[in-house]
Design a protein around this ligand. Structure first.
Ligand code: IMP
Ligand code: MG
Length: 174
């Protein structure tokens, strides 16, 4: 089925907002180092752009998770496909995500990372769909709150397509 992409947030909208979040993080972590943990693959475009705009010292690491399929999916238990390379002990960690939807993945991930002895852990997401929340998650930095529609671009995919779009679009089937 052919789909069409309708622009929701332009490249300029996204760039401007990422600059604002970068400024905010730089102020909040003045005098400290931040350790950005990118959740692959969706968070990667956002993390790279954000990291360039943070003025305190930055280190980065990556992890990849997938939800357990079938009946256990609703439990929110996630499988670590690729774990971090570095320990988190004593670090000021910011988890970088593309989107918080039900909140299941992040809720599990934040608990897991919190148990590794970081100084603190915050969550930064480019997009948030609050209407879809099933599990409560505290989001510290949000790019945009968006309506309950399936979006792509800036790291987000539909069937592994469209991650490379420099804007956020809604997928339309018609
Ligand atoms: P949840 O918050 O645990 O439900 O899962 C969020 C994950 O679902 C995100 O990291 C995305 O990979 C995926 N996701 C949720 N909504 C969308 C969307 O609108 N477009 C693309 N991926 C989405
Ligand atoms: Mg994701």
């Amino acid at each position: 089925m052919a789909e069409r992409i309708e622009v929701l947030l332009t490249e300029q909208d996204v760039d401007k907002r990422i600059q604002e979040i970068g400024d905010q993080i730089s102020r909040d972590y003045a005098g400290k180092n931040v350790h950005l943990v990118c959740v692959l693959k969706g968070g990667s475009f956002f993390m790279c752009e954000l990291a360039k705009r943070i003025t305190v010292p930055v280190s980065i690491d990556f992890m990849s998770v997938s939800s357990y399929g079938g009946n256990t999916k609703s439990s929110g238990v996630v499988r670590i496909v690729k774990d971090l390379d570095e320990p988190l002990a004593g670090k000021h960690v910011i988890v970088i995500e593309d989107i918080v939807d039900s909140g299941r993945t992040l809720s599990y991930l934040l608990d897991m990372l919190g148990s590794r002895g970081p100084e603190d852990v915050r969550l930064c997401t480019l997009l948030d769909k609050p209407e879809r929340r099933v599990v409560d998650v505290k989001v510290d930095y949000t790019g945009f709150e968006i309506p309950d529609e399936f979006v792509v671009g800036y790291g987000l995919d539909y069937d592994q397509k469209y991650r490379n779009l420099p804007y956020i679009g809604v997928v339309k089937f018609d």
